[in-house]
Design a protein around this ligand. Structure first.
Ligand SMILES: [Zn+2]
Length: 393
């Protein structure tokens, strides 16, 4: 990420500085300047503005022997809030998340099936409840994570691991309409990977694979800090790898798809039929194949397993998958385990969903669309007051 003095201008530079603080806090003005290629003076001007608007906090350590240590800049957690929504085929989770990614409050509503009408009614209500937790907070937007893939006739909104009956619904529009907030929609597995990258173990890793154990099974390679999305945003449907020849028919039209055996849908279906231990014995060899496949294709530092499934189920799966197959991951100089459990539980999706909104509104890409402040839309959240009270004053 580099700032620029000519091409884009202020809205872009403001965002690139804020993004750098978000990703690398605590960080000094000098370090930001080095990272984004702007002068310390320009960075200082922008930081002053971001501090005044309540997005950034500066703290200075006690001076030691001589001179002052540089101010450590961090994100002001109360500088803004976003709502994260996770819609699955059987439930809706909502959470209010602050700028530091902390979950302020959350709530789940069971919905079987999660039809569009019932879902948007529940979303309107849940959003109202979440907003009431911080009535004076600067509400940035709402992000919603749903199962993919998008735009594939045979797979989108088809089968029990997708939102059946949602084809043709203008989801982002309806979301903005019922919540009164700027809405962003993303695939659940990518949102979960984003949550892990920003707030979980991914903060310390540049290259990792997030294996998302949801109602279906998905995955996302985070390469050099960025989720790999593919040409059409659908990279990650690892659950539809047809791994079992002549296996279970899958609603996608193939047989033996991985998520027919390895997913929350499969866990609930199969452990009901054959028992939990037999399911583990059936699923573990397939997880082993998936792990070796991912490792040989992407060479990640580690694979992080997370998602909707209860933690004991994921722990048992990891134990049952051992010993793993040999792959390019079998290095002596490894510093990370090959397969690890996400420490975030189900929150990674909700935090990632909220981050879709925060990043969508505050990211440099958004700023790059505008040359100067006069061209920005009137509702630009980065120029909005920190609280409605302040707006009234
Ligand atoms: Zn399939």
């Amino acid at each position: 990420m580099r700032g620029t003095n000519q091409e884009f201008g202020r809205p872009y530079n403001r965002r690139i500085v804020l993004e750098t603080v978000r990703l690398h806090a605590p960080i000094s003005r000098g370090e930001i300047a080095k990272r984004v290629g702007l002068t310390v003076q320009t960075v200082s001007t922008i930081i002053r503005e971001l501090e005044q608007r309540g997005f950034v906090l500066g703290s200075r350590e006690q001076p030691r022997s001589r001179g002052y240590p540089p101010t450590a800049l961090t994100i002001n957690p109360a500088g803004g809030f976003a709502i994260g929504l996770h819609v699955t085929p059987v439930s809706i989770d909502a959470a209010l998340i602050d700028l530091a990614g902390t979950v302020i409050g959350k709530k789940r509503r069971e919905l079987r099936p999660a039809t569009p009408e019932a879902s948007f009614a529940a979303i309107a209500e849940l959003t109202r409840e979440m907003r009431s937790l911080r009535v004076n907070g600067r509400m940035l937007g709402v992000g919603m994570a749903i199962p993919g893939p998008f735009g594939v006739d045979s797979m989108s909104f088809v089968g029990p691991t997708t939102l059946q009956g949602w084809a043709g619904i203008p989801i982002a529009e309806r979301l903005s309409e019922v919540t009164g907030l700027t809405g962003f929609v993303g695939v659940d597995l990518a949102a979960a990977a984003l949550g892990e990258r920003l707030y979980g173990a991914g903060r310390a890793l540049r290259n990792f694979y997030y294996l998302y154990f949801g109602v279906g099974l998905g995955g996302c390679m985070v390469h050099d800090g960025q989720p790999l999305r593919g040409a059409f945003g659908n990279a990650g449907e690892i659950g539809h790898l047809p791994l079992v020849p002549d296996g279970d028919p899958c609603p996608c039209g193939n047989r033996g798809c991985l998520e027919r055996y390895l997913s929350l849908d499969a866990f609930e279906r199969r452990s009901g039929q054959i028992g939990r231990e037999a399911w583990l014995a059936e699923a573990a060899p397939l997880l082993r194949v998936a792990i070796a496949t991912v490792e040989n294709l992407f060479d990640p530092e580690t694979i992080i397993l997370g998602g909707l499934a209860p933690e004991p189920v994921l722990k048992d799966l990891i134990a049952a998958a051992s010993p793993l197959y040999n792959s390019v991951a079998g290095r002596r100089d490894r510093t990370q385990p090959r397969l690890m459990l996400s420490a975030q539980g189900e929150d990674s999706v909700l935090r990632g969903a909220a981050a879709l909104a925060v990043s969508g509104l505050l990211s440099p890409r958004f700023g790059a669309m505008f040359v100067d402040d006069d061209a920005l839309p009137a509702h630009d959240p980065l120029l909005a007051p920190q609280s409605p009270n302040e707006a009234a004053a």
